[in-house]
Write a protein that binds this ligand. Sequence first.
Ligand code: CAA
Length: 386
Amino acid sequence: MAATQFATSDEEALILASVRDLVAEKVAPRAAEIDDSGEFPWDIKQLFAQNDLLGIPIPVEYGGLGGTFVTYVKVVEEVAKACASSSLIVAVQELGMLPIMIAGSDEQKRRFLPKIASGEHLAAYALTEVSSGSDALGSMKTRAVRKGDSYALTGQKIWITNGSVADVVCVFAVTDPEAGSRGVSAFVVEKGMPGFTVGKKEKKMGIRGSPTNELIFDDCEVPAVNRLGEEGEGFKIAMRVLDKSRPGIAAQALGIAAGALDYATNYAKDRVAFGKPIGQHQGVGFMLADMKADVEAARLLLYEAARRCDEGASDVTLWAAMAKLKCGDVAMSVTTDAVQILGGFGYSTEYPVERMMRDAKITQIYEGTQQIQRLVISRALVGKGK
Ligand code: CAA
């Protein structure tokens, strides 16, 4: 009873079939170990690179697969069914390259995207700061000051996924403190630029195979040719990126939920209590029924959001937020119920569902908390007001 995933083209069907095989043979057997060690799985990154999974929506002319966002989210989902940390390798490569795809010049796209698409370079996205998480604009402190042909960046970013392994980081910094939303600019900072260092690594509840770091910029000299878009366009670029990356996190959440549902269903068919499989006791059977309905509903919402990204629809902000909200909440409730269905075994690290539950939690927090998604959705309905 695998959760239902349908392909929209022959090409997509081929990609998904090959991803399913890769996940079953190479990713699933590594998932517990990756979680336990807390180390970035370079072997899995290499596997994804060799199979062209790190640049799915990057146009062919810039070295990518030229695939759709729909295909991309289905790939993230498929990987996340077995290993949330590994799915983030695909999703954050996407997040990190989106500022370049959205706002880069042709020259910048040619310079950065082919190496990201091939996996030679890993990418990251640096928006969050110590006092600026949800309030990404109002509390941003990192400064970029123009000095001739370059900018000097000074400040600190935190919670940066891929921080320690990324070769290119899209960084958002204030260029004009008086200009509000038009006072932020976006830059590509490259590993090794003087003044750029990676700080502490967070110890986390879940997604433990995905490094999350502090990044420090101390008078870091970034050439002006690495600025994306015009000065002052950075905040809008950051928001437009999140519109396209939130479906990736929704896909991760959905995959975690679908993986937990499959595991709990199989367990409920095998485990016997009071003379029959526990799934045939109404208490457990109805839990599974709700889990299944939630996963399928979340999936339809996500695929619709991704379809709208492909279409360039004017309401992607709303749909991306709805998909992230619903899939994140479904991931949390379904994994919690999966642990419950397995009982004591569910609580043991010998079974995967406790890891899935720990991994699910972050999908309600990063790329905008569930509270921020509700804010975005309600503003789309009734406006922001004063
Ligand atoms: N597209 C284009 N422009 C947008 C936009 C969008 N989706 N959303 C907002 N803007 C524009 C607005 O039109 C406005 O422009 P003007 O000033 O010209 O009118 C400007 O941006 C400011 O917008 P708001 O007034 O709406 O800004 P706000 O301060 O009220 O905040 C917010 C908006 C939605 C709360 C935003 O701050 C937000 O999304 N916060 C959450 C941040 C977030 O998601 N962080 C995640 C970090 S990445 C991460 O987690 C990755 C990882 O580890 C894997």
